[in-house]
Ligand binder design. Structure first.
Ligand SMILES: N[C@@H](CCC(=O)N[C@@H](CS)C(=O)NCC(=O)O)C(=O)O
Length: 202
């Protein structure tokens, strides 16, 4: 399998963490690609018309995206189904948590986009993105018990928090959120997380 990926993409990191957790690192080739919201990548678009990463190319040449689809595919094919449980009482909380983590990552990317617009940046957008980020962090602090057991949801949240450190260290998201801070510290030392640290190469 091939993963179209970048070391600075949080969504791609989510897929990569799952690849490591499932012991698949030897079976997946990482293909570094450059994507951005304000351009297109012809190579990526051949298999994913959205020009987004992560995109997983299977051995038969077909492609899977986006990250929740890749995570569930890998877990169902190569894992025990524990990351995305089938049983409804576990499944919906996990998917909801994954949506929260993914949403936080998306907010980070939107904030970066706004920051990069320089003088054209919209203050209302920047303010709203930040307010949504803070509210999401407070919600996670209040429901930190729901981050266990380990799942696609907890992976998404851990990666999103690490991406905040990577791109918005000045936010100091740990301040006033001791439970989330302690939980993230235990996640950050997992081998799958240390093997996939973000790096500022595309
Ligand atoms: N919902 C998608 C979001 C993926 C996404 O936004 N990836 C970013 C990189 S972190 C990307 O491909 N951006 C380029 C673009 O949107 O054109 C997922 O979960 O995989």
């Amino acid at each position: 399998m091939r993963l179209l990926w970048s070391s600075r993409s949080p969504f791609a990191r989510k897929a990569l963490v799952v690849i490591h957790e499932l012991g698949l690192a030897e079976r997946v080739t990482l293909d570094r690609v450059l994507v951005a919201a304000n351009t297109t990548n012809a190579e990526v678009m051949q298999v994913n018309p959205l020009s987004q990463i992560p995109t997983l190319i299977l051995d038969d040449g077909s492609a899977l995206f986006d990250s929740p689809v890749i995570v569930e595919y890998l877990d169902s094919q190569f894992g025990s189904g524990a990351l995305v449980p089938a049983e409804p009482s576990r499944r919906w909380p996990v998917l909801r948590l994954q949506a929260l983590g993914d949403g936080l990552m998306a907010l980070n990317l939107q904030r970066m986009g706004e920051r990069n617009r320089g003088e054209l940046a919209s203050q209302p957008h920047a303010d709203a993105f930040l307010a949504k980020t803070r509210r999401t962090l407070d919600a996670l602090e209040a429901q930190v018990a729901d981050l266990e057991p380990f799942s696609a949801g907890s992976i998404a949240v851990a990666v999103a928090l690490a991406h905040l450190d990577f791109r918005f260290a000045d936010d100091a998201w740990r301040q006033g959120r001791p439970a989330l801070t302690a939980w993230h510290a235990t996640m950050a030392i997992r081998p799958s997380m240390t093997a996939s640290e973000p790096v500022e190469i595309y």
